[in-house]
Design a protein around this ligand. Structure first.
Ligand code: 13P
Length: 251
């Protein structure tokens, strides 16, 4: 069976002091990682603070981005080797905000996925369609395209360990979450695409999250669905109480 994975994505929020306070408030209350993987995706600036605060606890730490080269003349970028050395477990890649505002392509995201695996971390690969694509009834083919390009050249073993987040852009930060049946249907499209490329054993083990206006009040509806193995949560992961309530709904 696939273990649920709940990941907070703080986006560009908090100061170092606030990040530390959050970690101190939650670290003794994280459920056993035998039942759920609990992850916080922090701005790069606070990763070291969070990794240190989470040491010896079940809380895992994610970066929100990395470059695909380990070192070199790439001003302003973050090395995946340095993230791994710091003790970071996961890296979120291909978030729609990075695709839209920072012009990341499927090819960039694929290179990042390979570099993250090569450094012993796990990518959380995001996909999702715009409102225009959704309304045109083209979501399935869009998602299939993003997943196929994002996974290009990855091995069976890598994809088995991968986390994929389906986040419809129209549901992010809008309070307008996708109906749980739609989330299940499109997470099913993700799984079918993985099956087509890698076979059933791999598609049965890849974990797929839904993201977009997930809150403690609605997370159980998503988690009850066959193809939804977790959630990637923005706004509702920023407060310690709310993050713990999301985990409580799953454990
Ligand atoms: P919200 O939960 O704030 O809608 O954000 C979703 C998201 O983009 C997580 O990556």
């Amino acid at each position: 069976m696939r273990k649920p994975i709940i990941a907070g994505n703080w986006k560009m929020n908090k100061t170092a002091k606030e990040a530390k306070e959050f970690a101190e408030a939650v670290k003794t209350k994280i459920p056993s990682n035998e039942t759920v993987d609990s992850v916080i995706g922090s701005p790069a600036l606070f990763l070291e603070t969070l990794v240190n605060a989470a040491e010896g606890t079940e809380l895992k730490i994610a970066a929100q981005n990395s470059y695909w080269e380990n070192e070199g003349a790439f001003t302003g970028e973050t090395s995946p080797a340095a993230l791994a050395d710091l003790g970071v477990d996961y890296v979120i890649i291909g978030h729609s905000e990075r695709r839209e505002y920072f012009h990341e392509t499927d090819e960039d995201i694929n290179k990042k996925a390979k570099a993250i695996f090569a450094n012993g971390m796990i990518p959380i690969l995001c996909c999702g369609e715009s409102l225009e694509t959704y309304e045109a009834g083209k979501t399935a083919e869009w998602i299939e395209g993003q997943i196929t390009a994002g996974l290009d050249g990855l091995t069976d073993g890598q994809v088995s360990n991968l986390v994929i987040a389906y986040e419809p852009i129209w549901a992010i930060g809008t309070g307008k979450s996708a109906d749980a049946n739609i989330a299940d249907e499109i997470c099913g499209v993700v799984r079918k695409t993985v099956e087509k490329l890698y076979g059933k054993e791999v598609s049965d083990s890849v974990r797929i999250q839904y993201g977009g206006s997930v809150k403690p009040e609605n997370i159980a509806e998503y988690m009850a669905k066959e193809n939804v193995d977790g959630a990637l949560v923005g706004g509702a992961s920023l407060q310690a109480d709310s993050f713990l309530a999301l985990l409580d709904a799953v454990k």
